[in-house]
Structures are given as C-alpha cells and as structure tokens.
Design a protein around this ligand. Sequence first.
Ligand SMILES: [Zn+2]
Length: 221
Amino acid sequence: MSRLVDYGRYIDLISMDKYFHNIAIALHVRESDDGHLFTLHTYSRVPGAEDRVKGVAAFMVALGGMEPVAGAPGAVRFPCGELHERGIKRMFNEVVMLDPATPLTPKPLSVQEAKAGRTITVDCEQVTDGGWTYLVNAQGSPEGLARRVATITGGLLKLGDMQPVAGTEDRARFSCGHDHRALVGLLLPRALNVRAVIAAEEAEQKRGVLLAPSAQETPSV
Ligand SMILES: [Zn+2]
C-alpha cells in the first residue's frame, strides 16, 4: 500500500480498458513544487501493460494539451499546474476510449451536428486581462441556434469545470485563464450531449467503487 501513497490521491479509475486486456488504469494526483502531478497507474502484470499506460499518457499530452513530467513516465501535468479535476477526469476517460492507432494530434475545435445540419465551432480569444476565453458559435438554420449555443456552452462549463463569462451565454473560460484549447477540443463533441456523458460517468463510478480498494479508502470528491 505504500506505493499507492507515492502516487498521491486517487481520483479516477478505468475499470476495464477495452483496448488492452481489460486492465484497470487508475489516475492519481499529488501536489508538488511544479503544481499538480497526475500519475496513471495499473496493477496489471500483463506484459505490455506499462507501455499501454504510457500510451494513454501520450494521448493526454498530444490530445489534451498536458505536459509530460520529466523522469516520471506515465505522469502528466497541466501547463498551468492547476488541478482542473473535472477536466482531467473527462480527458482521462476520453483518451482511454480512443483506438491506440489514433494519430497524436489535437481534436479540431469544430464538430458537425449532422441531423440538425449545424456546424459548431469554438473560437479562442485572449481577452484584455490576459486570460483565454472560448467562444461557441453555431452555423446552420437560424431556428433555435442561440439556445443550442447556450446549451453547448453549458456543456463545456459542466464537463471542463469551466467558468461562465458574465453577461454571456456563449463563452466559457478556465479559472486559471490558461490556454487549454486542446482540452476544449476533446470536450466539445461530448458537450453536445452532456446528459449521456453524466449518466455513463455515474455508471462507471459505481463499477469503479466496487473494483478499486483505493476508491473506498479515499473517495474522490
Ligand atoms: Zn489551467
């Protein structure tokens, strides 16, 4: 159990990795002089399991905008050093679901809603206080467009632990003000249907609590 302490506080678990022998991968966080450090870890002894964990960390760097941690394979940090707990959990869950052959490039800040014939895009703007703001746009039939933009913005706020921009319904920002556009690109397709995401998270959480002893000892907040 002493090893568990070294990784820091348990915050999330993928109980079955469908791309690698259904192994469990845990996400821990600890604070350091360099901000919050997240460590991906598996107890699986299946050959190649550690490489799979490193591959997931590489996805978090390339598609989530995280930074690798020198000398700590499988560890990542936000460039701002913040916790962004909801965002990191969502990112972790998203990249584990990607085919390992997926190219290591960020997702576009644009997504199609084919049925409604809409294109949703996010613009990144650096506002006067130096912080980055993300502006949601929709193109398509004007009917219900503003409401759809407000709903998707609300989705980003929920999924990424982002903050609303006062007086607007189409803007969101991170508390740190940093540029986390790669994370926004990962969240955007999910922001189209937040209810489904939250229902899936709750189901996974229940499964995780049953499987992870560490989850019972240090429940995530
Ligand atoms: Zn940040």
